[in-house]
Design a protein around this ligand. Sequence first.
Ligand code: ZN
Length: 309
Amino acid sequence: MRKIQKTVMAVVSTAGLVLAAHAMAGTVRQYSQKNSELVPTGKGWGEAALHAARPSGKAKPGSNGISYHGGPLILNGTHVYYIWYGNWSGNTATTILANAASGLSGSPYFNINTTYYNGSGVHVTNAVSLLQTMNDNYSYGTALSDSNVLSVVSNAISSGALPSDSNAVYFVLTSADVNETSGFCTQYCGWHNHASIGGVDIKYAFVGNPDRCPSACEAQSSSSPNNNPGADGMVSIFAHELEEATTDPDLNAWYDNRGYENADKCAWKFGTEYTTSNGSLANMSMGGYNYLIQQNWVNASGGYCALQY
Ligand SMILES: [Zn+2]
């Protein structure tokens, strides 16, 4: 997910310039004009399906503003594993994020995802289970590449620290001193992807601590519902990646013709808010905690952003 729309324009125009430069040199492959539909990158924007294999399933015309492309979903409840990367000692984030994961299960908010289904008409289940958490003490230092994030996950599984679970999303949650060098804070606030690890299709996500860049990745930075703006910002990013990884785990299920997945369509829209006792804003209460979490796209009644279904 990303926050600043200006960035979208910058990326598009830069890519356009690069493409134009290469085209003049006659070295770039031409984008097919009729192949104008974009596919998701998992980072909150679409790209032309030039590098990725196009999904084999034909998209059914989406009357709700989002279409099914034939790929699998996580249908029988979404499992969650947290890998706390870096230094989280004494940080209330571990409690705030753990409570958020349990609170989502069965919530009116996560119920929005039950409007998504596979080719047999089986719908997503409104269930989220945080099964295990672990710490990673800077195994790849403080500047992670996308492939480092994958290695953190694959090492956790291959070492036996976490089980191998195809119904799960493994979250790499980095402390504020850690950068993700492919564009954390400038291109995105979090992302999700999948990879084959030990022959199993593993879904995983990156969520950084937005205290690195409050203006880019936190909805509110001076105060927050649980007195931890970084962690409270992470909750919304976590929810975004979780619902996308549930309805589009392999980047070939539910997305629109711009390559936007369900949560991308409602990024940074919060709906009706209320003021909490410390003066910060929230829009839902779960497990005794207040949270400010972005809306998600309802795949019904024409499609719309909402906090509940
Ligand atoms: Zn997204």
